[in-house]
Design a protein around this ligand. Structure first.
Ligand SMILES: [Zn+2]
Length: 223
């Protein structure tokens, strides 16, 4: 299985959006190259990245995205931006790249998980903001690199119980239960936990996840 992904970002950060899991590398690359129109939006009341893949609009939520940033140590070593309007700047850039000048090149290990969430970006950049796309890609899915999906909460895949989508779904269900007798309220969709990760097939601790979910429901006031 292959992961089709789109890398968005600028300045000091990047977001890896897992578009889809596919059977073949070709399919993963094709999907990723067809991804366009990315923007930050609220969808179903939750922060999301909207992406068009072909004719279809997809929304990716907090748990579907990995946000990385350039480490503080690396930022301290980075040089000032090169002014490309100045003569000789292109030669300078070429030289930096050829010599892998650490002040102007970023390696994989310079990127570290960010404490910023999608909600932070939406607040900071505003709804409708369009981050640049830095790369399209595909990588092979293994049980080691898989970010296991443990269940679904309404429209969102979840990877852990403390995913904000779980809390949002519990609140949607509470609202539904409290109001559906008196007015038309859209059904919030179902919450389901899985026994095996649908992406890589690893066995999950469904019982522990179920307990954690029940605790979360109780913590938020029950149904
Ligand atoms: Zn998995």
């Amino acid at each position: 299985m292959w992961v089709s992904e789109l890398i968005l970002g600028e300045d000091h950060w990047e977001m890896a959006v897992e578009l889809s899991i596919t059977e073949t590398r070709e399919e993963a690359e094709r999907l990723s190259k067809n991804a366009t129109g990315q923007k930050l939006v609220m969808n179903l009341g939750r922060p999301s990245v909207e992406v068009q893949v072909g004719a279809i609009t997809h929304h990716f939520y907090e748990g579907d995205i990995i946000i990385l940033e350039i480490s503080k140590e690396k930022r301290a070593k980075m040089g000032p931006p090169i002014d490309v309007t100045q003569p000789g700047s292109i030669d300078k850039i070429t030289k930096c790249l050829e010599e892998k000048d650490p002040a102007y090149t970023i390696e994989r290990e310079d990127m570290v998980p960010s404490s910023l969430t999608l909600a932070d970006f939406l607040r900071d950049k505003g709804e409708g903001y369009r981050p640049d796309s830095l790369a399209y890609g595909a990588h092979e899915l293994t049980q080691e690199n898989c970010r296991h999906v443990i269940g679904v909460a309404g429209a969102a895949s979840i990877r852990r119980i403390d995913d904000p989508n779980v809390e949002a779904h519990i609140r949607d269900v509470q609202y539904f239960v409290a109001n559906t007798a008196r007015k038309q309220v859209p059904h919030p969709g179902f919450f389901n936990l899985m026994k095996f990760c649908p992406h890589c097939g690893v066995e999950l601790n469904k019982e522990a996840n179920e307990r954690a979910y029940q605790e979360k429901v109780a913590e938020l006031g029950g149904f």
